[in-house]
Design a protein around this ligand. Structure first.
Ligand SMILES: C[S@@+](CC[C@H](N)C(=O)[O-])C[C@H]1O[C@@H](n2cnc3c(N)ncnc32)[C@H](O)[C@@H]1O
Length: 286
């Protein structure tokens, strides 16, 4: 078989299973399997594929057809300007979260501080913390996660990207964890678990059945974490420090209400993502 024939067969196989991104997934998995990027696949469409190569590729297609996310099969995902290692047990970083990174950078650039301090709660693969560190070498970042698997993944990514000296990855459950040198973060960011119990059941099976429940589950109405964390973040923020959360598309009113009710934040704003959905809330500590 040639590369093109293999791609066409794999695409059909994934499409038959109802996978909308069948062609893209087949390209990413064939590229991964052969150690080629997607452009290289199209530069040699007639290249013959050996029996072993075909077998290894179709094993990945079989797993994808059974619902396993592409990022877990390739072991990596692009986020911001970075390629991050990911795997089972780690939330796959989403493009929507880049909106939070954009606003976090805008806030940090506006500060007149030599070494701003940032706390990323629920860092997962380290996506947000590492994107910020890659853009601003002067940041001092603590990246926290309750999951040992996430902490190992984020530390590995920090090492691979040469950012380990600027991002301190710690394991601990917020707010119970005691963060060393707390009390003076200029920015706290988080993409917390915010899916409601009812919505979890309606998620695509590749998310619901493969991604870690503790990274998704926000309790009965999806707001458990905001209710708990909003009052707990205030004492960790410097005066005028900024708190920035990713939110679900229908949570803006509830989360801004919680921030207002806490009585220690001002300038509460909601930011939309590039699909036009409410995605980030931000505010400043009074
Ligand atoms: C939605 S994921 C976000 C991961 C990453 N920040 C991203 O945007 O790709 C939420 C993360 O929060 C972590 N987490 C959940 N509850 C936590 C808690 N109480 N304290 C610290 N981390 C927590 C989960 O383990 C998971 O890695």
């Amino acid at each position: 078989m040639t590369l093109l024939e293999l791609l066409t067969d794999a695409q059909q196989c994934l499409r038959d299973k109802g996978i909308e991104s069948a062609r893209l997934d087949a390209e990413l998995l064939l590229g991964h399997s052969l150690g080629l990027d997607r452009v290289a696949l199209y530069c040699a469409p007639e290249r013959p594929v050996s029996g072993d190569e075909e077998q290894a590729f179709f094993e990945l297609i079989r797993r994808r057809a059974a619902g396993e996310p592409v990022a877990y099969l390739t072991g990596r995902r692009d986020f911001w300007t970075l390629t991050l290692a990911v795997g089972p047990g780690i939330l796959i970083p989403r493009p929507e979260t880049e909106v939070l990174v954009e606003h976090a950078l805008a806030f940090l650039v506006s500060l007149d501080i030599a070494r701003p301090r940032v706390l990323d709660i629920g860092t997962g693969s380290g996506a947000i913390a590492l994107a910020l560190a890659a853009e601003m070498p002067q940041l001092d970042i603590v990246a926290l996660d309750a999951s040992a698997q996430a902490v190992a993944c984020a530390r590995g990514n920090a090492e691979n990207l040469g950012l380990a000296d600027r991002v301190r990855v710690e394991q601990g459950r917020f707010p119970e964890v005691c963060i060393r040198d707390a009390g003076c973060f200029d920015l706290i960011v988080s993409n917390p678990p915010y899916i409601s119990a009812a919505d979890i059941e309606t998620l695509a099976s590749d998310i619901r059945d493969f991604e870690p429940r503790e990274a998704l589950d926000g309790g009965p109405d999806g707001l458990d974490v905001y209710r708990c964390w909003i009052p707990q973040c205030a004492p960790l923020l410097a005066a005028n420090g900024c708190l920035m959360f990713e939110i679900g598309h229908d949570q803006a009113a509830a989360v801004t209400g919680l921030l207002a009710a806490a009585g220690c934040y001002r300038g509460i704003e909601v930011v939309r993502d590039y699909a036009g959905c409410d995605r980030v809330v931000l505010c400043r500590r009074v």
